[in-house]
Ligand binder design. Structure first.
Ligand SMILES: [Zn+2]
Ligand SMILES: [Zn+2]
Length: 262
């Protein structure tokens, strides 16, 4: 075991020596070995989502003078099917750029840097907190078009760092859905309704699941996936995304036609 760890350290050191990394944010700062994928300055300037926020759906209260987390109006009226939802950063600036480059330009080399951000959205790191990680699946047609599932990619990396199994066979997207870019929340709900199903309900029953997606836009995809997993008997579904589109930003984002939730 010790030899294995020493070998791994040696390989990492050699890799850092011959292939030093530039920061994924500014792309100008060289990073120290094992220093992650972002320089300190970029990490400090990323739009982190912090308290106060809704403990259930993770909506941040940007203008609140109250410092404590509290349920938002929507969760008070109707609690979402997920146990909790959290996003690391607001869907803006360099985080949004890297997600879009990964998703729409196939620049998969941004995945580890984005997985590092996603880790910040995971609340509990206690071993055994989650029985498995499930990524929001793509329809096979979309998977063929894109060649990879961006959520699956970052879920795999998260699974490695949390030492938690990642399952790609428990949740499937059976129904083709149109891109959600220009749809209202109601239309998005209609669009994804019945799109997902649990492939092996017996393996979901009584399990605590960490559900991974790239962007939380209106939450409709996560709501629908959580509903399916809960119906299959999951005890808890904790949803995490790298970024979250905030209502005041959403209009701008949709105006320029960036596809956020495919
Ligand atoms: Zn930087
Ligand atoms: Zn809420």
């Amino acid at each position: 075991m010790r030899v294995k760890v020493a070998l791994k350290t040696l390989v990492c050191s050699l890799k850092d020596l011959f292939f030093p990394r530039l920061c994924a944010g500014c792309f100008s700062a060289w990073l120290p070995p094992d220093g992650g994928f972002w320089c300190r300055q970029c990490l400090e300037t990323l739009p982190w989502i912090r308290s106060p926020c809704c403990p259930r759906c993770g909506r941040p209260f940007l203008k609140s003078t109250w410092h404590f987390d509290h349920l938002c109006g929507e969760c008070l009226i109707q609690a979402p099917p997920f146990t909790s939802a959290r996003s690391a950063v607001a869907h803006a600036g360099v985080a949004r750029d890297r997600i879009n480059q990964l998703k729409f330009s196939g620049q998969i080399y941004w995945a580890p840097a984005l997985a590092q951000l996603l880790e910040q959205a995971v609340q509990s790191r206690e071993p055994g907190s989650f029985d498995c990680i499930i990524a929001v699946p793509l329809h096979h047609r979309r998977l063929r078009q894109r060649g990879f599932n961006q959520s699956g990619l970052i879920a795999g990396m998260l699974g490695k760092s949390l030492r938690c199994p990642v399952r790609f066979d428990l949740l499937v997207r059976r129904q083709w859905t149109e891109p959600q870019t220009r749809l209202s929340r109601r239309e998005r709900l209609q669009n994804v309704r019945n799109a997902f199903s649990a492939a092996r309900p017996a393996q979901v029953k009584n399990r605590s699941i960490l559900l991974v997606d790239d962007v939380f836009t209106t939450g409709t995809t996560l709501v629908e996936c959580s509903k399916v997993l809960k119906k299959a008997g999951a005890s808890e579904v904790h949803a995490v995304t790298i970024s979250r589109s905030l209502p005041e930003m959403r209009t701008d984002v949709e105006k320029v036609g960036i596809a956020l939730e495919l």
